[in-house]
Structures are given as C-alpha cells and as structure tokens.
Design a protein around this ligand. Structure first.
Ligand SMILES: NC(=O)c1ccc[n+]([C@@H]2O[C@H](COP(=O)([O-])OP(=O)(O)OC[C@H]3O[C@@H](n4cnc5c(N)ncnc54)[C@H](OP(=O)(O)O)[C@@H]3O)[C@@H](O)[C@H]2O)c1
Length: 484
C-alpha cells in the first residue's frame, strides 16, 4: 500500500506521516553537529518509501539544513518549518530576518509552510508577528502560514482577524486527546487542518514499553521520551499507560499490526487531522517498514470504541492545546521552559507616578487623546479601563463577538500582568454589548476565562463608541499577595 497524502492547502500536499526532525536536535544534544550530507542520505529511504514531507524548526539543531540538503537531492521533498521567537515584540524587520534565516538554511526561495509559536496571549505582539508573517506570505517568501500549539480560542481569534492560517500543529495521541473537542470544532468551522505530534509519545506508545517498568525521567531517555513521561504522569501514571498499551495490543492482535501502528492510525482517523508527525532519526534506529504499515489497515468502529474507552480512563491532560508551554505543569523535556525562554517581558509599558500609582498603557491612540490609562494600580487595587478588541489600528476578532471578547480579556490580562497581577485577582467585571443577540457568545467567553475566578459581573446592553465593536469590558482587581 502506498503512503497516503493530503492536500494541506493549495499547492501543498503532505504525506500523512510526516518525518519529524526534533530528533535531530536530540542527536546533536552534546553540541556536535551532524554532517548534513550524511544525515540527508540516512533519511533518503523515507522519501523513497513515500514519506516525503519533513517537519523542521528554527531551533531543531541542523534540521532545516539537513532537510534542505535532502530537498535538493529529491524533488518530491517538502520542508515545513517553524519560527519560535522569544516572547515579546518582534519588529517587521526581525520577523523578516527570521524568515530569511530559514530560507537560507533550507536553501529555497519560498518556505512551503511556516508555523508560528505564540508564547503569551496576554502580550498582543503574538498577533503582530502573525500579521508580519501574513505580509511576508503575500510578498511570496512563504507559501502557507501555519501555527503550532495555538489553543482553540486563539486559533479562532486569529482566523476571525483575517490571518490566513491553514493548519495548527498540536500534540494528539491516545494519551492526549485535547484537540478532539473545541479545537476540532474550530478546524471544522474554518476549514483548518491539524498536524499531530506526539502520536507515539516518543515511542512510549509502542510494543517496546508494553509490560516494562517505568523508566526514570533522566538523561538516559531521549528528549522525546522525557517529555512524554511527563504526559504519562499527568494522565494518571505508568500503570494507566499500560492499560492503554494492552488495549492497543488487543486491537493490534486482531489486525496483525504493531501497537505503534494502532496508536498512529487512531490519530490519523480523527476529524481534522491531515497527518501525524512521527519523529525520525537522521541515522541509527529507523521504523520505516513498521510505519509503512499504517496505510495497510484502518480501525473499525469496535477498535475505535475500545481505544476510546481505554483513553477515557486516563486523566485528561490539563487545559487546551499548547498549554503545556504556557503554564504549569510544563510538559517539556526539561519539565520547565529553560530550553526555550529566558524571560517574559511586560506586555505593556508601565509608568510609575510620583503619586505612588503605576499606570499601564496599551498604546491605543485614544489613551493619548482622551487622557487615560489602560489600567491604574494604587496599592493592591487595580482598575482596568473599558477595553475593546482594538490592537493598534486593528480590530481583532473580526465581527465575531466571542473572539472580540477573548481578545479584550487578553488585553485586560496583559494590563494586569504589567502591573504585577493576573486574571485570578479580578473581583469585578462589567461587559457592555451593543447587540442583544451577542449576549450568549460574550457570556460564554467570559465564563471560559473566569470560570474559576468568579468575579462579580454585570452584563449591560448599550451603545458602543467605534465601528465594529461588539463588546467592551471593564475590570477591577485586588492583588492578594504583594508583587515584591
Ligand atoms: N510543535 C511542537 O511543539 C512539537 C513538539 C514535539 C514534537 N514536534 C514534532 O513532532 C515530531 C515527532 O516527535 P515527538 O517527540 O512527538 O515523538 P513521536 O513521534 O511521538 O515519537 C517518535 C519516536 O518514537 C519512536 N518510533 C517511531 N516509530 C516507531 C514505531 N513504528 N515503533 C516504535 N517506536 C517508534 C522513535 O523513538 P527512538 O528514535 O527513540 O527509537 C521516534 O523517535 C518532532 O520531530 C517534531 O517535528 C513538535
């Protein structure tokens, strides 16, 4: 059977098993670089077999260079890459420099798919980065724009804001079914597809670990195994993983395939999934033959029900897609963000007045003209001004009331963060809506963000100043612990 392909976007067909090159960074973790020619040669068999799409990133060691070397040898090769900037603002020139670096390393004039990672939604510069990338796409440096680890709310927000995103790369496996609900719905609504990683949990979801004792999380493991051992702990522990492995083995016995095949096929058959990215080493262990069998069979209703049942007995991975990179528990190889980030800058500039008050500005022109701050802190209390979904001169969220509400709450959060507080400190919110029909979308977005905070809240229907705004939000907070 030949490797299935899927049209990800116009002019971009990907193999439904993509070769993931984070493993290259692991192979280089001692600092020694792989020889690109040799590494490309080692991966050539994947292309030969039909696995012609490679997932790289700016920070996966030599991955871009190796994949580019391979692309020059084999015409069929498509190289997808990522840009994972440091948190905070990036100018248009910095974004372009990052794209140019990937172009140079891959050795092409246009990147097939550039996937962007956002660190902090409370800092609106993640949207600026995407707008800059969309411009670079329009100028021809990027064929298609993707994202990675965006949650459902912010993927929906970016799409409603007119950013032409075609796919989101997220963790999706028998251990982690977060994309199956809200994310799948956003994909269906907007026609966006998912590229799934972690489908084999770094190999933990394979016959190799069935019946074996839990390995400790230390340097004897691959980075990928370290990362997914943390997922296993979150999902309820090693014994619970073994139950899933036994269920997968029963299904595999009936079909005459491997546990890894069952785990991979399970994700391939989920709605919205264009492909699974399976980690591939540039030299050393290879699972080519086994992974080719993914296209020899499908899972029938009974098999899917058995696997769903086993997966449902696990504890859900907390939060939505990508939260493991944004808040504890950090489900990364290191167990924190030390491989990725050194600091999170304040989302908004803060002025400390001689009156002892601190004021955050979100930089909209009306703050200057009308003489107000986005938020003011006096002692342990913070007041956030009426906030709409404006960012610079743009309206974020298009005409979608829910998306506008989420962005307005992100701004509230950004202002609070800048003043040493967070949404958890909010004691009062007021929501103003223009159109009565929007009340439910706005209330649901508020509920999504404040469901554990439960501030006193009022929802008011009124006229709003400004074209296109469907909602305006005010907030008050009381900081319990001093930031000092
Ligand atoms: N966007 C993101 O934040 C993000 C995060 C993680 C990964 N990714 C992407 O996803 C790719 C996949 O990586 P991952 O870490 O998620 O790992 P994964 O695909 O869940 O697991 C890959 C590992 O599983 C083992 N394996 C592969 N095929 C097998 C088979 N048929 N039977 C048994 N074991 C098999 C191999 O382990 P050994 O090599 O140890 O033998 C391989 O390295 C990465 O390379 C990267 O491109 C993206």
């Amino acid at each position: 059977m030949s490797v299935e392909h899927r049209r990800l976007a116009p002019g971009l067909r990907v193999s439904r098993v993509l070769n993931g090159l984070w493993q290259v960074a692991d192979q280089e973790r001692d600092g020694a670089r792989l020889d690109p020619e040799e590494a490309a040669r080692a991966l050539e068999a994947h292309v030969e077999a039909g696995f012609d799409t490679f997932d790289a990133a700016d920070h996966y060691g030599s991955a871009e260079i190796i994949a580019g070397t391979l692309a020059r040898r084999r015409e069929a090769v498509r190289v997808l890459t990522k840009w994972v900037p440091s948190p905070g603002a990036s100018s248009r020139a910095e974004v372009e420099a990052a794209v140019d670096r990937s172009l140079r390393r891959i050795g092409v004039e246009r990147i097939d798919l550039l996937q962007f990672h956002a660190w902090n939604y409370a800092d609106p510069s993640w949207l600026d980065c995407l707008f800059h990338l969309a411009d670079l796409r329009a100028e021809g440096k990027i064929l298609h724009l993707g994202v990675t680890n965006l949650d459902a709310v912010h993927l929906d927000m970016a799409l409603h804001s007119g950013i032409p995103i075609v796919c989101n790369q997220v963790c999706y496996s028998l251990l982690d079914r977060r994309p199956a609900t809200a994310m799948a719905e956003v994909c269906r609504t907007h026609g966006v597809q998912l590229l799934a990683y972690g489908t084999l949990a770094g190999g933990l979801l394979s016959d190799r670990w069935l019946g074996r004792a839990a390995p400790p999380i230390d340097d004897a493991l691959t980075w990928s195994q370290m990362k997914y051992r943390r997922f296993v702990d979150q999902a309820g522990g090693w014994d619970r993983l073994q139950e899933v492995l036994r269920a997968a083995r029963r299904v595999a016995d009936r079909l005459g395939v491997s546990v890894a095949n069952v785990a991979g096929r399970y994700v391939l058959e989920q709605p919205g999934v264009a492909g699974v990215i399976v980690g591939a080493r540039a030299g050393g262990r290879s699972y080519l033959e086994d992974n080719l069998r993914l296209f020899d069979f499908s899972l029938d209703g009974d098999a899917l029900a058995e696997l769903d049942g086993a997966a449902a007995r696990l504890d859900p991975i907390p939060g939505d897609c990508g939260d493991e990179y944004r808040r504890p528990p950090y489900l990364t190889a290191a167990g924190d963000l030390s491989h990725h980030v050194t600091r999170f800058p304040s989302p908004y500039p803060v002025r400390h007045g001689s009156d002892g008050r601190a004021r955050a500005s979100s930089g909209t022109m009306w703050e200057e003209v009308a003489g107000f701050s986005r938020a003011v802190r006096a002692g342990n209390r913070i007041w956030v001004a009426g906030t709409t979904a404006t960012h610079g001169s743009r309206l974020i969220g298009g005409d979608d009331a829910g998306a506008q509400t989420h962005f307005a709450i992100d701004k509230v959060e950004g202002a609070l963060n800048s003043l040493g507080a967070g949404l958890a400190d909010v004691v009062r919110t007021r929501l103003y809506i223009r159109d009565a029909a929007d009340w439910e979308a706005v209330a649901r977005a508020h509920g999504h963000r404040f469901r554990e905070v439960l501030p006193a809240n009022t929802l008011i229907r009124t006229g709003l100043v400004g074209e296109g705004y469907r909602v305006e939000i005010e907030a008050e907070a009381e900081v319990r612990a001093s930031p000092e």
